[in-house]
Design a protein around this ligand. Structure first.
Ligand code: CDP
Length: 583
């Protein structure tokens, strides 16, 4: 059936220059000759209509066009955007709309190569994949069928990496992977150092799965057991401190690997009866069961600023956006076509969605609160607790209309006295690498990288950006002089610019001006009210020591984070994945 045409009075969206480039290159549907089949109005209407049409599944006597219009207005106001695959594929024959997948990797040739194939299908459709390689037998262990010896997890990861290299996601971006190995796997040392010498794992983010037992062994300076994944029997003892120090040293050198706290992630698993969580998606914000997928969406906090509100936040508008966004994301689950029947089955059992935020640093600029201050932590907690509570209310309202998620009865919620929910999780904080370019806001909950900078995107194209709120503050202070603007563009930060008044320097802080501990406190503040996890990088100056990184890891554990990624300025690898710059 032909799609409903866009209403004649549909207002065309305002597209910022950077978004014009990104949307034109990757998001507008193109014909066989490479020419676009739609403009930006067409894109957002295509998505709005495809997602609104799902309401018919529930016999909801709603006017699809009216709902599509609400979704269109929501997206083109840039107050909310769904994750990239939804923008790219909704209303198209491909129709795969989720960004995040986790696939199991079993300990047999068949299962390993199945996972390679499934990952390729997912990458082709624009999704990212996470894997735990912890079930694979250790390097040099015996292979029964041949009498030979096994290659071990790291060796197999190279195959996944090569497959990823060859499959462009939906013909637009390269795939991203997360590889996780439990700290008690016999090959843990090789895993921690696996990105050291070769580019053979460039399409992987890697993280070590830490357990509470391991963290306690580090504290007590004890040895811990390395365990054969095939029979659960300890094969060797290993000094916990030695592994912890190796982890810290590699992270100091290259930013890889990160760490995830598996016990904590599983304590928040809403459906342990359906399985254990062993991995997250590529950027770490979405823990999932094997074969589960999740679609994300982000609210632009910069645009809920209200000068009239006592605290600068329009809470009523925020509540409205949350309700509409949850409905949108729940519809996405049904609208999406998944690459495997078993994924469809898993997704529809739990109906996880991940509503999060972007533009947080911009909002702080607008309300004149420094990122590295107790007031900013208080605001973060107020915002996220509000979003989590309202999103759950919206999910409960949907459950009343459409029924709870099918696994609700076996979930942890009934025992907590929690009434039916439509979605097993509702909140996740994504990196928003590309979404933040489209919306023209700061990404996720990160501070700005620079107040003014040249962004390199796709095919050598350069996008120059000056933060609009900073620019306005300079204007208001009569400081928009060409020499000042040029110096900000060169330095990125005003922390050491005497010509800028102290009050402005305090507010307009950037990632590198902020003490690492504030990055972590902010991550923890958002995590406290997020069902899934928070994508966040703890930026460190080049001069940071290994001891500081060790301190951050311990503190992340104490503050209740689900994982942590550090990046020391100027260290070896370029972290390109998920910044929106990965071409
Ligand atoms: O902004 P956008 O929706 O494009 O993505 P993001 O918020 O930066 O990343 C969200 C998730 O999308 C990541 O954690 C990955 O699961 C997936 N992703 C991917 O598969 N490949 C990329 N190049 C970027 C993101």
């Amino acid at each position: 059936t032909a799609p409903l045409p866009a209403p004649a009075d549909l207002p065309a969206p305002v597209i910022n220059p950077n978004a014009t480039i990104v949307l034109g290159k990757r998001y507008l549907r193109k014909g066989p000759d490479g020419r676009p089949l739609e403009d930006e109005t067409g894109l957002f209407w295509r998505v709005a209509l495809a997602i609104a049409s799902q309401e018919a599944n529930y016999g909801e006597e709603r006017d699809v066009t009216a709902t599509a219009r609400q979704f269109y207005d929501l997206m083109t106001s840039y107050k909310f955007l769904p994750n990239s695959p939804t923008l790219m594929n909704a209303g198209t024959p491909l129709g795969q709309l989720a960004a995040c997948f986790v696939l199991p990797v079993g300990d047999s040739m068949e299962e390993i190569f199945d996972a390679v194939k499934f990952a390729a299908l997912i990458h082709k459709s624009g999704g990212g994949t996470g894997f735990s390689f912890s079930r694979l037998r250790a390097k040099h262990s015996r292979v029964g069928s041949t009498g030979g010896v096994a290659s071990g997890p790291v060796s197999f990861m190279r195959i996944f990496n090569t497959a990823t290299e060859q499959v462009k996601q939906g013909g637009t971006r390269r795939g991203a992977n997360m590889g996780i190995l439990r700290v008690d796997h016999p090959d843990i040392k090789e895993f921690i150092t696996c990105k050291e010498h070769e580019h053979a794992l460039d399409n992987f983010n890697i993280s070590v799965g830490l357990t509470e037992a391991f963290m306690q062994a580090v504290d007590a300076n004890r040895d811990y057991d390395l365990i054969d994944p095939r029979d659960g029997i300890a094969t060797a003892r290993q000094s916990a401190r030695e592994i912890f120090e190796l982890l810290v040293r590699k992270a100091w050198e290259s930013g890889d690997p990160g760490i995830v706290f598996l016990d904590r992630i599983n304590r928040d698993n809403p459906t342990p009866a359906l399985g254990e969580i062993e991995s997250t998606n590529p950027c770490g914000e979405q823990p999932l069961l094997p074969y589960e997928a999740c679609n994300l969406g982000s609210i632009n906090l910069a645009l809920i600023f209200s000068p009239a509100a006592p605290d600068g936040v329009d809470w009523e508008e925020l509540a409205r956006i949350i309700r509409l966004s949850v409905r949108f994301l729940d519809n996405v689950i049904d609208a999406s076509q998944y690459p495997l029947p078993i994924i469809t089955e898993m997704v529809r059992k739990n109906r996880k969605i991940g509503l999060g935020v972007m533009g947080f640093a911009d909002l702080l600029y607008r309300v004149r609160v420094p990122y590295d201050s107790p007031e900013a932590l208080v605001l973060a907690e107020r915002l996220m607790s509000f979003i989590q509570a309202e999103a759950q209310k919206a999910s409960a309202a949907l459950a009343a209309e459409r029924g709870p998620f099918p696994a609700f009865d076996v979930s942890v919620f009934p025992a907590k006295g929690q009434g039916p929910l439509r979605n097993a999780t509702t909140t996740t904080i994504a990196p928003t690498g590309t979404l933040s370019i489209i919306a023209g806001c700061s990404s996720g909950v990160e501070p700005l990288f620079a107040l003014s900078f040249a962004r390199h995107v796709m095919d050598g194209e350069k996008l120059v950006e000056t933060n609009p709120y900073f620019r306005a503050a300079l204007d208001a202070a009569g400081l928009s002089r060409p020499d000042i603007i040029a110096e900000v563009a060169r330095k990125g930060s005003v922390a050491h610019m005497e010509e800028i008044p102290e009050a402005l320097r305090r507010i307009f802080v950037t990632a590198m001006d902020i003490e690492p501990v504030w990055h972590l406190r902010m991550q923890a503040a958002f995590q406290k009210y997020t069902d899934n996890a928070v994508s966040k990088t703890v930026n460190l100056p080049n001069t940071a020591t290994k001891e500081e990184i060790a301190g951050i890891y311990r503190m992340a554990f104490e503050l209740g984070c689900k994982g942590v990624t550090v990046y020391r300025d100027g260290c070896k690898t370029a972290q390109v994945l998920c910044t929106g710059e990965a071409g």
